[in-house]
Design a protein around this ligand. Structure first.
Ligand code: G3H
Length: 548
C-alpha cells in the first residue's frame, strides 16, 4: 500500500440503503442515445458502453462504482451521418435555420432555455453522479446556463439592432456610406470539457445557433448522461440537422468530422467543418486542429490549459485572501481551468498565510456530492489520485512538505486536498497544471520573481494579486503583459458572464462572453455605396421582420 493510501476515507462513501431518495438514479432510464437529423436514436448494445460513477457505493470497506446508464459509442460513419444532416440544414447558408428570421431563431432558443430549466433537478442529479459535483454547484451549473442563454438572447437582440446602422467614412476626398450585418459561419463543432459538461456545452452551442449556424456537439468524457437529458429539447426546439449530439470516443468521431471535405464549385477542396469551439487540453486541441481538412478556412474558439498564479503581497488582508484562495484553488476539487494553480506569497507573510490555508483546508468537509456543506468530493477520472500523487511525490522529493492534516491521503476516488509548501523551481508542481486538489504555495522576495515565472510560463489565462493598491497596482499592471485577466483582491474566475472569457498563449484563443460569443460565431459583412439614399433603401432593417 502506498504512503498515500487511506482506506478509512472509503467510509465517506454512501451505502446503498443510506442514499437519499432524491439522488437515486435508475440505469434503465439512461439508455445509450444520440441525436441526429432531428431524431433521437438508440444503438445496439454492442455499440454502447456502461457509464459508471466514481461516486462509489460502499459495502463495508469495499467501494464499488455504480452503473448509471449507457453511452452510445459512435463510429466515424455516425459522425459523417451527422455531418451530412448538418450540411442539408446549412445548405450553403440558405437552409431554413440560417435563413430564418432572427426573431424566430430567438424564439426557438427561448423555448430551449425553458426546456433546460424544466429538467434542472434531474440534470443536477446526474452531474453529482457523473462528475462528483456538489449539489449546490451542480444546480448552479444548470441555472447559470439557463441565465446565460436568456442573457445571450438579450445581447442578440441588441446586436441585431446595431446591424444595418449607416456609417460614413472618407477616402481620397470622397465620402463613403456603409452598413454592416453579421452572418453565420456555417457548421460548428462544439467540444466541451467534463468539469462543466453542461455549462460549457451550452455556452458555445447557444450563441452559435442564435447567429444562424448549425452545430455538431461532441459530449464530454464525463457528463454524457446529463447532456443526454437535453436531447428531447434539442430535437423539439430546432429543425432537423441543426443540432446533432454525439457521445462516444472523440478520438474516433472528431477526426472524421474535422478531416471531412468536399470539392467546391471551383474544384477546390472545401472543409466540412467551418468552426471549432473547443474547451479542454492544449494537447487535444492541437491534435484536433491538425486533423482539419483545410486549416486556413477554420474559425476557432479555444479554452485550454492554465496555470493561474495568485501573488500575495505584504499588507494583504490574509484572512480574506486565505478564504478566497482555498475556494479558488480547491473549488470543485481544483478541477476548474480558472483555479489558482500556484500561490506566490511574500516571504515576510508566508508562514502566516500557509498556516491559515492549512487550517481552512483542514476544515473542508470531505464526502458525497449531496452531503450538506461538502467541499471535497470524488474525482471522476480513474487515474486522478495516481497523477496527483506523482506530483506530490516529486515535490516532496525536492524539499516541499504537505502542511495540512491528511493532505494527499485517500482511496479509490476520494482524496484529502493537500497544501504543498514551499513549491519551487525544479518541481513539476511549479510549472504543470495539476487540475486537482493540490494547493501549491511558493515563496518570493521580490515581485519580479512572479513576473519571471509568468514570463516563462506557456500559459496565459488569468492571475490574481492580493495586497494594498500601492503595491498590488504595479504588479497587476505588469501582469497584463502575460495574461488575459488580472484579478485584484479577488480570485481568478470566469464570471460574470458579461465579461469576456479569454486567454492568451497556450491557454486559449477567441473570446466567450454573452456578446463576444455571438461575434465569435459570426462574421461581419459590409455593404458600401457613395449614396446614403441607396443604402437606406436596401438595408434589410427597412424590410422588417425580413430574414437576417
Ligand atoms: O473551467 C473553466 C471554467 O469556465 C471556469 O469557470 O471560473 O466560473 O468556475 P468558473
Amino acid at each position: 500500500m502506498s504512503r498515500w493510501e487511506e482506506p478509512r476515507v472509503v467510509h465517506r462513501f454512501a451505502e446503498l440503503h443510506a442514499l437519499p431518495a432524491d439522488v437515486r438514479v435508475d440505469p434503465a432510464a439512461h439508455a445509450a442515445r444520440w441525436l441526429v437529423d432531428g431524431t433521437i436514436r438508440g444503438v445496439p448494445h454492442a455499440a454502447s458502453a456502461p457509464v459508471v460513477s466514481r461516486v462509489a457505493l460502499r459495502d463495508g470497506d469495499t467501494p464499488s462504482a455504480p452503473l448509471l446508464g449507457h453511452e452510445a459509442m459512435l463510429g466515424a460513419d455516425d459522425a459523417r451521418e451527422a455531418l451530412a444532416a448538418a450540411g442539408r440544414a446549412w445548405a450553403d447558408g440558405e437552409g431554413a435555420w440560417p435563413a430564418a428570421y432572427a426573431a424566430d431563431r430567438a424564439r426557438a432558443v427561448g423555448a430551449f432555455a425553458d426546456a433546460v430549466a424544466a429538467r434542472a433537478d434531474d440534470i443536477a442529479t446526474l452531474l453529482m453522479w457523473e462528475i462528483g459535483k456538489p449539489r449546490p454547484a451542480a444546480r448552479d451549473e444548470v441555472t447559470r446556463s439557463v441565465d446565460y442563454i436568456r442573457n445571450t438572447m438579450h445581447e442578440f437582440a441588441r446586436l441585431r439592432a446595431e446591424d444595418h446602422a449607416l456609417q460614413t467614412g472618407t477616402a481620397g476626398g470622397r465620402t463613403h456610406h456603409a452598413y454592416t450585418e453579421r452572418r453565420p459561419l456555417g457548421k460548428v463543432l462544439c467540444v466541451a470539457p467534463f468539469n462543466y459538461p453542461v455549462n460549457e456545452f451550452l455556452t458555445t452551442i447557444v450563441p452559435a445557433l442564435l447567429m444562424g449556424n448549425v452545430v455538431i456537439a461532441k459530449t464530454p468524457r464525463f457528463g454524457v448522461l446529463a447532456n443526454g437529458l437535453l436531447l428531447e429539447a434539442f430535437r423539439d426546439c430546432f429543425p432537423p440537422g441543426v443540432v446533432a449530439v454525439l457521445p462516444g470516443d472523440g478520438r474516433i468521431s472528431i477526426p472524421a468530422l474535422m478531416g471531412a471535405s468536399r470539392t467546391d464549385v471551383h474544384g477546390h477542396p472545401a472543409a466540412e467543418i467551418d468552426v471549432l469551439a473547443f474547451i479542454g487540453s492544449e494537447g487535444a486541441a492541437n491534435a484536433i486542429l491538425k486533423s482539419h481538412a483545410v486549416p486556413i478556412t477554420l474559425h476557432k474558439v479555444l479554452g485550454l490549459g492554465a496555470k493561474n498564479v495568485a501573488a500575495v503581497l505584504p499588507g494583504a488582508d490574509l484572512d480574506a485572501a486565505s478564504a478566497a484562495l482555498v475556494k479558488g484553488a480547491l473549488g470543485f476539487n481544483g478541477q476548474r481551468c480558472t483555479a489558482e494553480k500556484l500561490v506566490f506569497v511574500h516571504r515576510s507573510i508566508a508562514d502566516d498565510l500557509v498556516r491559515r490555508l492549512a487550517t481552512r483546508v483542514d476544515a473542508l468537509k470531505v464526502g458525497m456530492p449531496w452531503d450538506d456543506g461538502v467541499a471535497i468530493t470524488p474525482l471522476p477520472e480513474p487515474d486522478k489520485l495516481a497523477s496527483m500523487r506523482a506530483l506530490l511525490d516529486d515535490a516532496l522529493a525536492r524539499g516541499a512538505r504537505v502542511v495540512n492534516r491528511d493532505g494527499g491521503r485517500g482511496s479509490f476516488s476520494l482524496m484529502h486536498p493537500a497544501v504543498v509548501y514551499p513549491v519551487a523551481d525544479g518541481m513539476r508542481l511549479y510549472h504543470e497544471e495539476q487540475f486537482g486538489p493540490l494547493l501549491a504555495v511558493a515563496v518570493f522576495d521580490d515581485a519580479d520573481e512572479v513576473l519571471a515565472w509568468q514570463r516563462r510560463s506557456p500559459y496565459g489565462q488569468q492571475a490574481a494579486v492580493w495586497g494594498p493598491p500601492e503595491t498590488a497596482g504595479p504588479l497587476a499592471r505588469a501582469l497584463v503583459r502575460f495574461v488575459a485577466r488580472v484579478n485584484v483582491n479577488d480570485v481568478c474566475q470566469r464570471g460574470p458572464d458579461s465579461f469576456g472569457f479569454t486567454a492568451t498563449d497556450k491557454s486559449g484563443f477567441g473570446t466567450l462572453s454573452l456578446r463576444e460569443a455571438l461575434l465569435s460565431f459570426s462574421r461581419p459583412v459590409l455593404v458600401q455605396s457613395p449614396s446614403a439614399a441607396t443604402l437606406e433603401t436596401i438595408a434589410p432593417r427597412h424590410k422588417a421582420p425580413g430574414p437576417t
